[in-house]
Design a protein around this ligand. Structure first.
Ligand code: XBP
Ligand code: MG
Length: 254
């Protein structure tokens, strides 16, 4: 029986990457006097690596080898990332990043149906709390039994660690749950933890390989904003133009 829903954050709860994280990285670089500018296209390539600190290192190793790194590169990157997180949470506080279509509705329906909720994300915990607070109110942090985020596990997505950690904290088997993701790194992680996965694509991930997803949608939808099934059997929606709990139960039952 379906007992819990596990949600990715970036790209799934909200479209945070292009106009949120990317902008925050560029603000931190400028603040540090660095002439690094991550364009929308370059950032799309850098998203191959999850984790902001890991992404900065990947950038230096693959896209900016002319930069002479300081003696303690880890500290340098950690300092940049701390500044970036401050800029990102400030952007969220300004209400610049809304939740994606259908997310607030599905969370509300899940709680009304008595389903347990968790988050499994690569991003920094402070970013999750800021997104939830500034979109759903501070109480919404308590809707999630577990907020598994960032460095709480040794290996970030696509490793399964963050989902395995969330399942372990909830003392639930993977087959009692469903995961929601947006990217190839994300679904590799959720499938690696044995979780059936629903995908909502975004501009950066539309072309990713979701061949093992339980269902691929353009978004979760609302009554007045119908979703579109991009892969999987659209009959599962039973004519409802958005993803609801009844559909999730049918999907989970297989
Ligand atoms: C997305 C990520 C994160 C964010 C940036 O995480 O890979 O690294 O891009 O956030 P998910 P940080 O899709 O798992 O939510 O800079 O805090 O890592
Ligand atoms: Mg994501």
């Amino acid at each position: 029986m379906l007992q819990a829903l596990l949600f990715d954050v970036d790209g799934t709860l909200a479209d945070t990457e292009r106009d949120g994280h990317r902008v925050a990285f560029n603000l931190a670089f400028a603040e540090a006097g660095l002439e690094w500018e991550w364009s929308v296209d370059l950032y799309g390539e850098l998203l191959a690596v999850t984790g902001g600190k890991e992404r900065i290192r990947y950038y230096l190793e693959h896209f900016n080898r002319d930069f002479t790194p300081p003696a303690d590169l880890d500290d340098f990157i950690a300092g940049l990332h701390k500044a970036k997180t401050a800029h990102y949470t400030a952007l969220l506080a300004e209400g610049r990043i809304p939740l994606r279509s259908g997310v607030a509705r599905l969370l509300r329906e899940a709680r009304e149906a008595g389903l347990r909720l968790a988050i499994a994300t690569t991003t920094t915990p402070a970013n999750v709390e800021a997104l939830l607070t500034h979109t759903l109110g501070a109480d919404s942090i308590g809707w999630f039994e577990v907020i598994a985020a960032g460095d709480v596990v040794p290996a970030k997505k696509p490793a399964p660690d963050i989902y395995q950690y969330a399942l372990q904290q909830m003392a639930l088997p993977a087959d009692a749950c469903l995961a929601f993701e947006d990217s190839i790194n994300g679904i590799r992680s959720s499938l690696g933890a044995g979780l059936q996965t629903v995908i909502t694509v975004n501009d950066y991930t539309r072309e990713d390989d979701f061949s093992h997803a339980a269902l691929v949608l353009d978004h979760l939808g609302e009554a007045e904003i119908p979703c579109r099934v991009l892969a999987g059997d659209e009959r599962i929606l039973n004519g409802t133009p958005y993803l609801d709990i009844e559909t999730l139960k049918r999907l989970h039952a297989g």
